[in-house]
Design a protein around this ligand. Structure first.
Ligand code: ATP
Ligand code: MG
Length: 446
């Protein structure tokens, strides 16, 4: 299928060409259009230098002037990236240093894979495909532009990009490309954590199944180099790894953090923390993913309402939906006919760390927990009808033990929410203080 560009892309192209500068649509949009997939990010490559581009359009944004990229705001309100032709001049494996170039041929020559190095002239409706990317697309082959080892040593990120594109489009990685990737896989550690993280998040937010890509991570050795903890669980428990990938896939693509938590779920908490630290996520995001990855499963059918309240209190009621979705994803992966362990049904679910409940019981537990949450029971110390000041007015001396008393009161109230009344709490607080005083003499003189 030939690419059909939005009218605004034609308008930008025509404007540049009328000023004497050859301009082509390049990259992902051309590839996706040839595959018959809708593409939104239409990038243009042009002979014009950034200054010229800025002078030709009324509304522009200097997105990355030093890399030659100017954002042109079209009348339909979309920002299109227009980038001056470039070529690699120097590379260190971590980044490619580029310079402006004069021809589209130069520009395509610095691109990573043949399928990403196809140019489409949206006005002349003409393809420029010097590396036979169209044939590779048709034959389902992922191949580097030029010698694989050279291209991968110029920028190691291209190894991960190869895995992602092959996984996303179900392409076979051409033999030389695969050999080159395998040969340089150890060098992935030289990449900045931010680039590695952004790649992983792209894999996890991929609209198409991330499973194939993650399996390619494993097969290529990239998993062992970047995520040795995951490689260990995979080799120790291949069925569990397979179930984990299926669980990732059962989670929505718009929730990469849930998917990341699912991927890390089989790991012990300290390893989860180590992986997240290495990825340099923000502290808040790291904390959230770690909590999702390491939370105990929802209380099962046999549990009491008090068990459910304790679970909500410990894990945060605001995480109920995310955690239920995670449990459900693992349950479906283990039990559904489509799941990887469908063949093991008679023997029960595959052994993952959190031996998953059946999907029906996760849904039951989720509904019960939602009903309990809606009844708004006290779930944290701040929900108690008694605070530190109240303890002082009971004659206790302030100190760190207040925390123990309040935690003790919360545990008592989680057991039975109707106990959350001032007089009952005061009486209980005195009992707790007494008990704690017995346990730790010297701390107490209240
Ligand atoms: P996606 O749908 O994931 O955005 P894409 O092909 O558009 O896929 P981008 O990362 O947006 O990928 O890059 C746009 C284009 O720039 C690519 O198609 C490729 O031609 C080129 N490119 C991007 N990163 C590299 C790289 N590290 N080395 C060489 N070429 C690259
Ligand atoms: Mg893109």
């Amino acid at each position: 299928m030939l690419p059909v560009a939005p009218p605004a892309v034609r308008w930008i192209t025509r404007t540049l060409e009328e000023a004497g500068h050859e301009t082509w649509a390049v990259g992902g949009a051309v590839r996706d259009a040839l595959l018959g997939r809708p593409s939104e990010d239409w990038d243009l490559a042009t002979h014009a230098r950034p200054k010229t581009v800025r002078s030709l359009f009324r509304r522009t944004v200097p997105i990355g002037i030093e890399h030659g990229t100017v954002g042109v705001l079209s009348r339909d309100g979309t920002l299109y990236e227009v980038t001056t032709f470039r070529k690699d001049v120097e590379t260190d494996g971590r980044h490619a240093v580029v310079a402006f170039a004069d021809t589209i041929a130069d520009d395509l020559g610095r691109r990573d894979f043949t399928i990403n190095a196809i140019a489409w002239h949206v006005v002349r409706e003409e393809l420029f495909d010097p590396f036979d990317g169209v044939a590779d697309l048709r034959d389902g082959i992922l191949r580097t532009v030029g010698e694989a080892e050279d291209r991968f040593s110029e920028d190691h990120l291209r190894i991960l990009r190869a895995l992602r594109f092959a996984g996303r489009f179900g392409l076979e990685i051409e033999e030389g490309t695969w050999r080159g990737a395998r040969a340089l896989v150890e060098r992935l550690t030289e990449l900045s954590p931010e680039r590695v993280r952004e790649e992983l998040l792209k894999v996890l937010s991929d609209e198409h199944d991330p499973t194939r890509t993650l399996e390619l991570y494993a097969d290529s050795g990239a998993l062992a180099v970047l995520y040795p903890e995951l490689e260990r669980t995979r080799s120790e428990n291949p069925v569990g790894w397979c179930a984990t990938l299926a669980a990732v896939e059962f989670l929505p693509k718009g929730r990469p953090d849930w998917r990341l938590a699912a991927l890390l779920r089989p790991l012990p908490a300290d390893e989860v923390a180590r992986v997240l630290l290495r990825l340099r996520l923000s502290n808040a995001r790291m904390d959230e993913v770690a909590r999702l990855a390491s939370a105990p499963p929802l209380p099962s059918d046999a549990s009491t309402d008090a068990d459910i309240r304790r679970w909500l209190s410990a894990n945060g009621p605001q995480r109920l939906n995310a955690l239920a979705r995670l449990d459900l994803a693992f349950a479906r992966a283990a039990w559904s006919d489509a799941g990887p362990s469908a063949g093991d049904r008679v023997e029960g679910p595959s052994s993952t760390l959190h031996a998953p409940a059946r999907p029906e019981s996760v849904v039951d537990a989720w509904c019960r927990a939602r009903a309990i949450r809606r009844s708004r029971p006290p779930l944290s110390v701040s929900d108690l009808e008694l605070d530190g000041r109240a303890l002082i007015s009971l004659g206790m001396k302030p100190g760190p033990h207040f925390g123990d008393v309040l935690e003790g009161l919360l545990a008592w109230v989680l057991e039975e929410p109707s106990r959350n009344e001032r007089p009952l709490l005061e009486a209980r607080a005195l009992e707790l203080a007494q008990a704690l005083r017995g346990a730790a003499p010297g701390h107490w003189n209240g």
